[in-house]
Design a protein around this ligand. Structure first.
Ligand SMILES: NC(=O)C1=CN([C@@H]2O[C@H](COP(=O)(O)OP(=O)(O)OC[C@H]3O[C@@H](n4cnc5c(N)ncnc54)[C@H](O)[C@@H]3O)[C@@H](O)[C@H]2O)C=CC1
Ligand SMILES: O=C(O)[C@@H]1CCC=N1
Length: 271
């Protein structure tokens, strides 16, 4: 039961906040949640907004947590892990959301067989519509993986993958919200160019992406089949699709996800 667990966060940034919101919505009492965060204003914000315990001491939060989220940037993983080495309890479960950082790297920072689940969530978790993939390290059990999965199912959809695929997940759904937002912004710009007021254009663009995603998820049809239903012979849609194909839209999207995936692999080296 998650309700019985003390849950800590090392790093109280955007993703930690999204998860805190989900855990609270899922019935975990605020008093069971603790966040270690060096920025004082951020600590005050998290305490005031969510009622969670806050501290500037990573070791203190680690020491009292049954489940400890590693939610700092990968660039500071090395010193943060070194600082936690003696503080984490022997039965604690570490859940890392750090992009690029391998479970083996985290395990190597601890003397004993620490249990690690590595996860790649995304920012829509903040509105409980996240897309998350999880994998285990060498010591985490099936129960640990299912505990972690339950947490991420509180903030959206979650699936299990092999660790070797986590970089691809990072490129697709971890970074994906930024790509989708760029597309929404471009749709809105196009609406404005054609005379729509900005607020109307942005709202139509966002609802179109949201509605289309729901249509796809709920019908489970292939995207090409659903696209066919929009595309009238000699109509408007095929005229627009022709331009997307001519300008290399698909290739550009594939290249963007490729680049993000490659960057996730680079981050494993601490760069
Ligand atoms: N933002 C996103 O869309 C996603 C981020 N991630 C991963 O989640 C992790 C956190 O990302 P965000 O929340 O976006 O970053 P963020 O910058 O919003 O949060 C990181 C927090 O860690 C704190 N921090 C810095 N040094 C620290 C230290 N030594 N000890 C404790 N806390 C420290 C910072 O003050 C900040 O509040 C990263 O590893 C990132 O790769 C994963 C999936 C999606
Ligand atoms: O940009 C990043 O590195 C993080 C990881 C996935 C989304 N944001």
């Amino acid at each position: 039961m998650l309700q019985d667990k003390k849950i800590g966060f090392i790093g109280g940034g955007n993703m930690a906040e999204a998860l805190i919101k989900g855990l609270l919505a899922g019935g975990v009492p605020a008093g069971e949640l603790s966040v270690a965060e060096p920025v004082a204003e951020r600590r005050t914000f998290l305490k005031d907004r969510y009622g969670v315990n806050v501290s500037c001491d990573n070791g203190e939060v680690a020491g009292r947590s049954d489940i400890l989220f590693l939610a700092v940037k990968p660039q500071v993983a090395e010193p943060v892990l070194a600082g936690l080495a003696g503080a984490v309890g022997p039965d604690a479960l570490l859940i890392s959301i750090m992009a690029g950082v391998k479970t083996a790297t985290i395990e190597a920072a601890f003397a004993t067989g620490v249990k690690v689940v590595r996860v790649m969530p995304n920012t829509p978790s903040l509105v409980l519509e996240g897309a998350t993939a999880l994998c285990t390290g060498a010591n985490a059990t099936a129960d640990d993986l299912s505990t972690a999965r339950r947490i991420f199912e509180l903030v959206g959809k979650a699936c299990i993958v092999d660790e070797k695929l986590i970089d691809a997940v990072t490129g697709l759904s971890g970074s994906g919200p930024a790509f989708v937002l760029t597309f929404i912004e471009a749709l809105s710009d196009a609406g404005v160019k054609n005379g729509l007021p900005r607020d109307v254009a942005t709202s139509l663009a966002a609802q179109t992406v949201y509605g289309t995603a729901r249509l796809l998820l709920e019908t489970r049809e292939h995207p090409a089949m659903l696209r066919e239903k929009v595309t009238s012979p000699g109509g408007t849609t095929i005229a627009g699709l022709h331009v997307l194909e001519k300008e290399g839209f698909r290739g550009t999207v594939i290249n963007a996800v490729d680049a993000a995936t490659a960057r996730s692999k680079e981050l494993a080296g601490g760069k």
